[in-house]
Write a protein that binds this ligand. Structure first.
Ligand code: AMP
Ligand code: MN
Ligand code: MN
Ligand code: MN
Length: 279
């Protein structure tokens, strides 16, 4: 099993374990290096660092930044080894979090207007009352628990996906600006799960050109439960664009039981592992 897992979530975004619980689980399943990469937030890092110190696990500081590319495509950029106290990064993340909070209120109103009830109390309990942590996954869980849908996938397909009745296109930061925050904070930028954006090959290559031009250094070659042939395709993209390769489970806890810490296809041998940059 790979022991380096560079993509995971805690209750500071849409994961179900606290940072301490996440680190403890990682340690117990044999992960020795873990990056905590919550959506647009580093708030869980201090707790994870403390827990990691106690059990002797190497914790990489991280964050998964939501990006709107070319004004219409959602991309996720995982930042690794960032200085979480850097003011440029934190100012940027604060704006993203506020946008998240505003969107949450809009989504709740849309769901109610669709006759799906008042989700607000249930959603707030999932995020310890912090509106700015709310993501679409929290609404998807509400829809499952209230019986409106049978699975997270169905919640996104029917209501929360882009272009669906409660799926709003978000004014996330643009790619160049997101990379500038990461570089200001001394981090390494990784294009996350490149095959999950529904981009054509041409568009994906254009995104990679821009990513590379703006100083992006790595691509997530093996992510979540991606199939081996997809991993090989992304490894070829890494080679073609001369990018380092990252790997991670994208662990979210009990609501996505198909994702397991430390579980993903190993990197093909020709890849340059991104951890060479994480010194
Ligand atoms: P947000 O950042 O709030 O827009 O939410 C994005 C998150 O929603 C992703 O990181 C996934 O955890 C989750 N997600 C997106 N699409 C799906 C889907 N089709 N099925 C399950 N979860 C999804
Ligand atoms: Mn997520
Ligand atoms: Mn993602
Ligand atoms: Mn993720």
């Amino acid at each position: 099993m790979p022991t380096i897992d560079l993509h995971s979530h805690s209750t500071y975004s849409d994961g179900s374990l606290s940072p301490r619980e996440l680190v403890t689980l990682a340690h117990s399943v044999g992960v020795t290096t873990l990056a905590l990469t919550d959506h647009d937030s580093t708030a869980g890092i201090p707790e994870a660092q403390l827990a990691a110190q106690e059990c002797g696990l190497r914790l990489i500081t991280g964050v998964e930044i939501s990006v709107l590319w070319q004004h219409k495509h959602l991309l996720h950029i995982v930042a690794l080894n960032v200085d979480i106290n850097h003011p440029v990064l934190q100012a940027g993340l604060a704006e993203q979090a506020q946008a998240r909070g505003r969107r949450a209120q809009q989504i709740a109103a849309k769901l109610q207007a669709l006759g799906l009830g008042d989700c607000w109390p249930q959603v707030l309990t999932q995020v310890d009352g912090d509106v700015n942590r709310i993501g679409r996954t929290h609404f998807a869980r509400y829809l499952m628990e209230s019986g409106a849908v049978r699975s997270l996938q169905q919640a996104f397909d029917r209501y929360l996906g882009t272009g669906k009745p409660a799926g709003l296109l978000m004014p996330w930061v643009d790619l160049a600006t997101a990379l500038s925050w990461i570089h200001a904070a001394g981090g390494v930028a990784v294009l996350a799960h490149p095959m999950r954006y529904g981009l054509s090959q041409t568009k994906l290559r254009a995104a990679l050109e821009e990513f590379k031009q703006e100083g992006g250094q790595a691509i997530e070659v093996s992510s979540a439960n991606e199939k081996p042939h997809i991993v090989s395709q992304v490894a070829q993209l890494a080679q073609r664009f001369d990018l380092y390769a990252s790997q991670g489970s994208d662990y979210h806890g009990r609501h996505m039981p198909w994702l397991k810490l430390g579980c993903f296809v190993p990197l093909p041998a020709h890849c340059k592992p991104v951890w060479e940059l994480l010194t």
